[in-house]
Design a protein around this ligand. Structure first.
Ligand SMILES: [Zn+2]
Ligand SMILES: [Zn+2]
Length: 389
């Protein structure tokens, strides 16, 4: 493992690359500068990168001495539509765009892993495929790359990816067997009634009152319909209806998200939402129409691949720093893990003393950069170990 330790120079380059990408964030499928940086760096390391995979994605191969299995290391490259509020030298130069999820770090870590893997002894057998993905944030970039053949030529046998995680102290790594991140559904409920004068409700069918009860009643799905040993969330994030204080409107629109880990819960949630919304509306003389879109499937780790990541983490951070932590956030790496065994895991990037405590997607989000070399070692380590077995 010693040759898979980043040198001082490599760590300096890792941090400066992350800061460079952080200062120049790009939205989903617009990662042109980032993709060019990635492909230039890879070329400089002696790789032959392929660009334009899944629109703005980049791939590169590192072949072992003999053919064998192929393992993918994935990093996402996109930023978010958010105005950065941090006062740091590497603050975003692009107004209204920010690396507020840590994908700048993911890309930089994968580049350093690429560098370490290149200078290390090549794997005896097999191929390492580097995957720099666009559009993780609501753009299904993983699917775009799958459709463009990222899992073929050579056929991919295993996949690994990292998310830096500000809910976990730097120096710790979270690895989970089975479901790790959630299935994500987005839904809209349109509650229709009959509007009228606010002082004469008897002549109306009030969709505001019905909607208020629907918001409350939807919470009973998690409390009463879902197995208490399973995790699920139903959140209403938007309510729109009405214009004036004294007019009962004709309709109210609710928008929300449902999250779950378990396949059965995932399958059943839409039916529960439909039943609760329509029957509650009916009780108020209104109707409810539901539209639901399945945005992401659950991210499910293969237990054997998770164990392989734990083996590497024992060497990188020590057994006492390996924890179990899940989130009901969603992740499009799920699409890859639905097709090949693998493991997605968190590398802690939180530091209370340094004030690196803000959640992902916050305009104050920033990481403890001490997480970066840990992530690079983990990526390089799991690829090597996978091919060594
Ligand atoms: Zn995110
Ligand atoms: Zn993210």
């Amino acid at each position: 493992m010693t040759d898979l330790m980043p040198t001082e120079t490599e760590i300096e380059e890792l941090v400066s690359t992350r800061r460079d990408i952080h200062a120049h964030p790009e939205l989903r499928y617009e990662e042109d500068r980032t993709a060019a940086l990635v492909s230039e760096r890879l070329e400089g390391l002696g790789y032959e990168p392929r660009t334009g995979v899944g629109r703005t994605g980049v791939t590169a191969l590192l072949d072992g001495e003999a053919s064998g299995r192929c393992v993918i290391l994935r990093a996402d490259m996109d930023a978010l539509p958010l105005q950065e509020q941090n006062d740091v030298p590497y603050v975003s130069q692009n107004a209204g765009i920010m690396h507020a999820c840590g994908h700048d770090g993911h890309t930089a870590m994968a580049l350093t892993a690429a560098r370490m893997l290149k200078r290390a002894a090549p794997p005896a057998r097999g191929t390492i495929k580097l995957m720099f993905q666009p559009a993780e944030e609501g753009g299904n970039g993983a699917v775009a790359m799958i459709e463009d053949g990222v899992l073929k030529d050579p056929k991919v046998d295993a996949a690994f990816g990292i998310h830096l995680w500000n809910h976990l102290e730097v120096g710790k790594v979270a690895i989970v067997d089975g479901p790790f991140m959630a299935a994500v559904d987005e839904f809209t409920v349109i509650v229709r009634g009959t509007g009228g004068h606010g002082a004469m409700p008897q002549e109306t069918r009030d969709p505001v009152l019905a909607a208020a009860h629907i918001v409350t009643a939807l919470q009973q799905i998690v409390a009463r319909n879902v197995d208490p040993l399973q995790a699920a969330v139903v959140t209403i994030g938007a309510i729109h209806g009405g214009e004036a204080f004294n007019i009962i409107p004709d309709q109210v629109e609710l928008r929300g998200t449902a999250r779950s880990f378990d396949d059965n819960v995932w399958r059943e949630l839409p039916g529960h939402i439909e039943r609760v919304a329509t029957s509650t509306a009916k009780g108020f003389g209104c109707t409810a129409e539901i539209e639901l879109e399945r945005l992401m499937r659950p991210t499910v780790n293969d237990p054997a691949m998770a164990e392989l990541v734990r083996e590497v983490a024992r060497e990188v951070v020590g057994p006492e720093n390996i924890v179990v932590q899940r989130t009901l956030g969603g992740e499009d790496f799920a699409e890859i893990l639905a097709l090949v065994p693998g493991c997605y895991f968190f590398v802690g990037s939180r530091n209370e003393q340094a004030g690196k405590v803000h959640p992902h997607h916050s305009p104050f989000f920033d990481i403890d950069e001490g997480a970066l070399p840990i992530g690079a070692r983990m990526l390089a380590g799991v690829a090597h170990r996978y091919l060594a077995d």
